[in-house]
Design a binder for this molecule. Sequence first.
Ligand code: AMP
Length: 548
Amino acid sequence: MFGLMQERPLLVASIIQHAARHHGRTEIVSRLTDGTLHRTSYAALERRARRLAVALRTLGIASGDRVATLAWNSFRHMELYYGISGGGAVCHTVNPRLSADDVAYILNDAADRLLFADTSFVPLIEAAAPMLAGHLQAVVMLCAAAEMPQVALPPGIALLCYETLIDAAGEDYAWPVFDERTAANLCYTSGTTGRPKGVLYSHRSILLHTMAENGGAVFGLRPADRAMPVVPMFHVNGWGSAYAAPAAGAALVMPGRHLDGASVAKLMNDERVTVSAGVPTVWLGLLSHLRASGERLHTMQRLIIGGSACPPALIEAFDREYGVTVEHAWGMTESSPLGTFNTPRIVPGEDAAAALQRKAKQGHAIFGLDMRIVDDAGQEQPWDGVASGNLQIRGHWVCSAYYGNPPGSATDAEGWFTTGDVATISPDGNMEITDRSKDVIKSGGEWISSILLENIAVAQPEVAEAAVIAAAHPKWDERPVLLVVPRQGQTIDPARLLGAYRGQVPNYWIPDAVVVLDELPHTATGKVSKLALRKRFRDHLTSSASAA
Ligand code: AMP
């Protein structure tokens, strides 16, 4: 016997319809490319998203067509999220920090028909455009007619203005209802090895992810919140904030491209932000700005940190010095992205050091997604906080296949997706990433966690940022090398720094060398690029230069 409850397809447009109807006056504040602030509401945004859907239809975009965006976080990017997917097409967010060659590869692989772009990306578009002839029919600049830049495009690719399109389109449009399994969004993985691969989210997976994200044990947004997604909307749907905030009736504050510590702190205070999310690099930048300027955060309550391991020193500093709770999250493009979340909890009898250690782990599986660790033979490993293994996940918003491949081709027969991360899980289900499998250091047959070594380095007062990589070693195969950037005005004494490891890790974990750098290379999603560092320092312990 089936239940007798209503069944309505889970569609992305229903989120903005809900926000417009029930939280219509709630604000969306955007810092635009020129630095000025723009204000709108969910009701107004929904109307413009409908106009966009009409304009797309006029341009010949049909259900399933791919439409690309190259844009910072702003109200216009949000209109694209809803106008494109809501009308049945696929919103393909492209990372503008990639090279022109990669951008062209991605646009061609997806066969995007239109590209909506912020004016700050004209040089990138001009560099990629000659490689795009064929599929792409137009580039639409996200600005008003008076702000239209000159863009050199090859014949066959038209140049259009976003506000002109919106002005010309009517609002008389009803959001269509279709199968919830229809593709809604497309996002390519960062592609640290090989070419980027597309992850194709469905309306259903996005809606279920949104509901899970708004659960009390996860982001748990509320109408009283003013949420600032610092994570870009081109990085795994901005971790879902542009869906979760309107679904919860929380206000949104979009920082645009202004992500340095001073700009972030000013926007947080001016716009009374209560919760924000982003990668550790941004928060390290905010912390050093706050410490150097003496500025305080007046309304911030929670910082959600993920994308790379969050150093315990960062958790402690925001909590102790600024009264802001840090919540550590883990996920990936293939998991929409939320997989685990470290929700605040009370553990009877736990001291401060143990609490910090617990909070620094990547957290517990979110309902709707399961995880396990397995050895190289696929044998499940115990949850004892010690045994480490390859982390696998499965659930409602985990990818089944990459774009262009048959369903199920990215998982094993039981639906487990291998993440490429190595982790431990404590008896109570708190997962800790010890490494990306390709970043693992194997010294004399023993595994050394680069993340743990990095966390100890950034806890030192003279260190701003740190990375540990495996360098080739004639006797031990691999040994850890520590690459560090000093804090402004500080110098690093390698011997003192290495001394800080004593007693905290087994002696054989202590790095063989310290290299002081002015800066570390970062990937297009703001993570430290270990690939670039490995290429540069792989032979550091064997080359004659370092021996000298
Ligand atoms: P991406 O698909 O670009 O979002 O990258 C996903 C990868 O980032 C994961 O597989 C992890 O290796 C890494 N990652 C994400 N969140 C964390 C975290 N909290 N701690 C450690 N690594 C993380």
